[in-house]
Design a protein around this ligand. Structure first.
Ligand code: MAN
Length: 361
């Protein structure tokens, strides 16, 4: 597998001040990235947690219809607390988050360091579908506009929404593009055979299948149809989802995506898992056909800040930029930091070994 050429931590919770009183920043991760006027723009997901908690209760933040922060105190005895991110009601199975997320737009001259993290543009959740927060932005430039797909969380479910911008200062919200539960949506940067194309990840409630990557097509980026499951992404029951927006290369569309592996239980019975990154190449005109695939993960948690953090053992790639014959992959590390690592362009593409399906085109 290709070795990383470098790894840098870019921004951490300690670099940021909370967006409001009563909250502390516990994570900044899973960033969308773009290049604009010679700068790298990094849209980070900032996660905040209530500072005051009562003994015997879990604090779960939400916004009301005016955008005012409310903290619900949920009795611990009624909830399964085994996940640091969520709590699940023991009787009705309903879920709440222990934190709330928004976006901050960071600027970087060299792509490896943030110029002034305290001076970021802040994008807060808005409206009834975002009351539990907005998460995991992915940025794709189409023409002169930058489109951001992101996850909107609320009691109505986990939707994917779209916003657009020209400058990353003002944003136009287009609303929901895929209904619950659907996340990990990335857009191709150009039309293919006359359609815009997205990779999305519906979450089957009825367990005939593990979550998988699907393709959808659209004429206007809002109404999506012609859904079909992507080929070649059956990784033996692993939970996978889209990661970085597709990059056109001579060999096809390069896709980097994540997979969640279960690890053996900890000695105390705690469930353990890790998130790794895989790479594949899709046919240049027909992305339903996988033409190459790396046979092993290209990224696994290895640095200390990837193996230990808010959620241990997570590398979660969400942005990519081609630079100096390398791919720079921006990712969330341990649900706590934004980081970037490099891959030699040729080595990464060579690792995506040709697949027989290519013959089906
Ligand atoms: C899920 C999402 C991500 C998160 C990973 C790892 O896929 O909640 O936002 O980074 O889990 O915790």
């Amino acid at each position: 597998m290709p070795d990383r050429t470098f790894t840098h931590k870019l921004v951490s919770p300690a670099d940021l001040v909370p967006s409001r009183d009563g909250l502390e920043v516990i994570g900044v991760f899973n960033p969308g990235v773009a290049e604009l006027n010679g700068e790298t723009v990094i849209v980070g997901r900032v996660v905040e947690r209530p500072t005051d908690t009562q003994p015997g209760y879990v604090a779960s933040p939400r916004l009301d219809e005016h955008g005012t922060l409310l903290i619900d105190e949920l009795p611990e005895a009624q909830y399964d607390l085994s996940d640091r991110r969520t709590v699940t009601h023991r009787v009705d199975g309903s879920r709440r988050l222990r934190f709330i997320s928004h976006f901050r737009v960071f600027r970087s001259a060299d792509g490896k360091s943030i110029d002034d993290p305290a001076n970021a543009v802040v994008v807060l959740p808005e409206g009834p579908y975002e009351t539990y927060g907005i998460e995991d932005p992915r940025v794709t430039q189409i023409g002169d506009l930058f489109y951001i797909t992101y996850v909107a969380v609320s009691p109505r479910g986990v939707c994917t929404c779209l916003m657009s911008t020209t400058d990353f200062v003002t944003f136009h919200r287009h609303g929901i593009v895929l209904p619950p539960d659907n996340k990990d949506v990335v857009l191709f940067p150009e039309k293919l055979l006359g359609d815009y194309v997205a990779i999305h990840r519906p979450m089957p409630m009825i367990k005939f299948a593990e979550p998988a990557m699907w393709l959808a097509r659209s004429q206007n980026l809002m109404q999506w149809g012609a859904h079909e499951q992507m080929q070649g992404t059956d990784l033996g029951g692993l939970r996978i989802g889209g990661g970085t927006p597709p990059v056109r290369t001579r060999d096809g569309w390069l896709i980097i995506y994540h997979a969640k592996h279960d690890l053996p239980d900890a000695p105390n019975g705690e469930k353990r898992f890790e998130y790794v990154a895989h790479a594949m190449l899709l046919h240049p005109d027909n992305p339903r056909t996988v033409v190459g695939m790396a046979t092993a993960p290209i990224m696994t948690p290895q640095e200390d800040f990837e193996t230990h953090g808010f959620v241990d053992g997570v590398v979660f790639p969400t942005g990519i930029i081609e630079r100096d014959e390398q791919f720079w992959v921006y990712y969330g590390a341990a649900d706590e930091h934004v980081a970037v690592c490099g891959f030699d362009r040729r080595e990464l593409l060579a690792a995506c070994e040709p697949l027989e399906q290519a013959a089906e085109v």
